[in-house]
Structure formats: structure tokens, C-alpha cells
Design a protein around this ligand. Sequence first.
Ligand code: NAD
Ligand code: WQD
Length: 337
Amino acid sequence: MAILVTGGAGYIGSHTCVELLNAGMDIVVIDNYYNSKPEALNRVKQITGKDFKFYECDIRDRTGLDKVFDENKIDAVIHFAGLKAVGESCKIPLAYYENNVSGTVTLCQAMADHGCKRMVFSSSATVYGNNKVPYNEEMSTGEVTNPYGRTKYIIEEILKDLYASDNEWSIALLRYFNPIGAHETGLIGEDPNGIPNNLLPYIAQVAVGKLEHLNVFGDDYETPDGTGVRDYIHVSDLAVGHVKAINYITGRTGIDAINLGTGNGFSVLQLVHAFEKACGHKIPYVVAPRRAGDLAYSYANPDKALRLLGFKTERDIDKMCEDTWRWQSNNPNGYDN
Ligand code: NAD
Ligand code: WQD
């Protein structure tokens, strides 16, 4: 019995592979390496001292998926594979719908045909749109402002329809808040292509001297210091949440949306200062105009994750920055070193 991890070479996927292996689970990984490198999986093996099967396979490739299911007894799927850049999704929405939505449909068809009906899906807090914080799972979803977010909303709805049509499915829709940090060994971490879109990878590249300064997108929000507030969650905590979600969906059926966040909000400037503490020097920044589509606040009500999964985050903002700094300073060019 093994857990199939789609997109397992990616940022969250690689950290989750570590936690699954450390929990004694067998895994099979698939990835098309669109946004990741084989070295990430070598490092997962190095950290855990364990081996696993890998298939270079696209989730839209039904023949490739059938081979994976035919050659392995897959108990459940953790489905990370997808495109995730908000700005890019506005430029090439069809690529996002094809990859994320069609890819998930193909994956679910392959799963159903092989009698595998357990899935943990990577959703996002972005489905809450402009609801009032803290976000809880009972709130309405779908008021999303970009095609990337809409793919997550649509996939959630597809999976609800799937469960309604066949109650043998057991599905967790994990709504991540803002994952940051890296494995504490500094061997795996986030390795964005080109200039990072997200705040912490950007700060980390400023800290290591690859970028000149941070642009703070707006300091006139209705927040204590005027900059945007987010719920940053350590990627290793997030990964542990997936192990708990696998245990939760095993031996039951149903579909649940579950937030994975800390419940605490930190502003852009608070994160900058936490990172300065971790790296030991100043992070130069300039205040720039607001970024279109950004909200003042986003943070979770994390109670349901505690209630259903027994999940609670353990790593604080300082640890998130320290671990990111270790990864970034040991691997200034990511996996290309
Ligand atoms: P990532 O890009 O590092 O990982 C995704 C992986 O999927 C990559 O290795 C990529 O090569 C692979 N992939 C993409 N399309 C594929 C396809 N068609 N077939 C096979 N493999 C494919 O991203 P991540 O940050 O690890 O995110 C993982 C998941 O979590 C994504 O679904 C993302 O939308 C979701 N998510 C991420 C965040 C975040 O801030 N990082 C927040 C909320 C949700
Ligand atoms: C955080 C804060 C910015 C960059 C995105 C997706 C979301 C989810 C996580 C996948 C905001 C500010 C940022 C910079 C800045 N991904 N910022 N300068 O926008 O909360 O969420 O990633 O599901 O769907 O939308 O994360 O890290 O981009 O921004 O000032 O160079 O940092 O304005 O307040 P965001 P982020």
C-alpha cells in the first residue's frame, strides 16, 4: 500500500514526501518537472535515508497514470500537481484551466477506474475571496479574483460533485494559507523560477544579494502598520498536516474542507523584521503601489483542523525565517548549485 504524491518534486510536495516517509508510509511520486527539479527528490532521499518510486508523468496523461496505478497498489492520492502563479494565470488562463482542472479530472477518472477513492487535495485560502477574517470553512467561496484561484474553487466543486455521485470517496480539501520556510536541514526549500512572485522568496533573494531591494506593495491598508497581513505557515507544519489528513480520510468516507494555517497574521514589515533577525542584516525595501487583487488581511480560523485532524502548527515565524535563510544561504541558486 502506498500514497501517490502528484507534484511531489515541488516545494510543498517534497516537504510532504519527507514527513510521509518519516511517518513510515510508502510513497510513489509523479511529477512532470514543469516547476521542479530531480535534485529535490534526491535530497528527500538524503534527508530520510529512504527510497521510493518516481514516474516522470503528467497528470493529463491518462496512459501514464494507468501505468502508475497498474504497477503499484495505491491507497490514496495527495494531489499537489498544478500551476500556481496568480499573475501568470491572468495572462494564460486556458493553460491553468487545462493543467489544473482538466488534469484533476483525468486523475480522478484514473483513480476511480483503479478503485482508489481517497484524495487529499491542495486547495488554497484564495477560495475565500473577500470574506471577513478569520476565514472559517463554513464561509461562502468562489468570489475569487483570478483564474488561478478559480481553478481551486472549480476543483473543490468538482470533487464535491464526485462525492455526491459516489459516497465511497473520501476527500480532504486542504485550504493552505501562506506556506513559507524550508526543511530544517537546509537541503530542500522553495526554488522559484526567475524573479519570485511571493513575499518570502523575494525577501530571501534580497538577503542573499541576488535582488537589490524588496518592493512593499502598499503601506496604506487598514492594518496596524499599513502593510498586508497574512497567515504564514511553516512548510514542514503544512507537510505534517498532510500526514494527518491521510490518516483522517483512511477508514471513513466523506468530503471536508479544512484550513491549514496558524490563525495568526503577520504584516509585510513584521516579516521583513523577522527575516532581518534571522539573517543578521538589514533588508532594504521601498514602498511601491498596491498590487492588483491583494487584500489587506488573510488569516485562518484553524479550529477545524485541530478538531478533525488533531493538527496544530508548531513552528513560529522566527523558525520560518531561520529555516528559509539556511536553505537560501546554503543554496543561493536553489537546486542548480
Ligand atoms: P510547486 O510548483 O513547487 O509544485 C507543484 C509541482 O507540480 C511541481 O513540481 C510541478 O512540476 C508539478 N506539476 C505541475 N503541473 C503538473 C502536471 N500537469 N503533471 C505533473 N506534475 C505537474 O508548487 P507548490 O508551492 O509546492 O504547490 C503545490 C500545490 O499547492 C499546488 O497545487 C498549489 O496550487 C497549491 N498551493 C500552493 C500555495 C503556495 O503558496 N505555495 C498555496 C496554496 C495552495
Ligand atoms: C504576501 C504579502 C503582498 C511580494 C499568494 C496567492 C495565494 C497563495 C499564496 C497559492 C501581500 C506582499 C508580496 C512582494 C510585497 N498561493 N508582497 N512585495 O498574495 O497572500 O498569496 O500566495 O494558492 O493564492 O495569491 O502571497 O507572498 O504574494 O504576498 O509587499 O514582492 O506580501 O502585497 O500583502 P499572497 P504573497
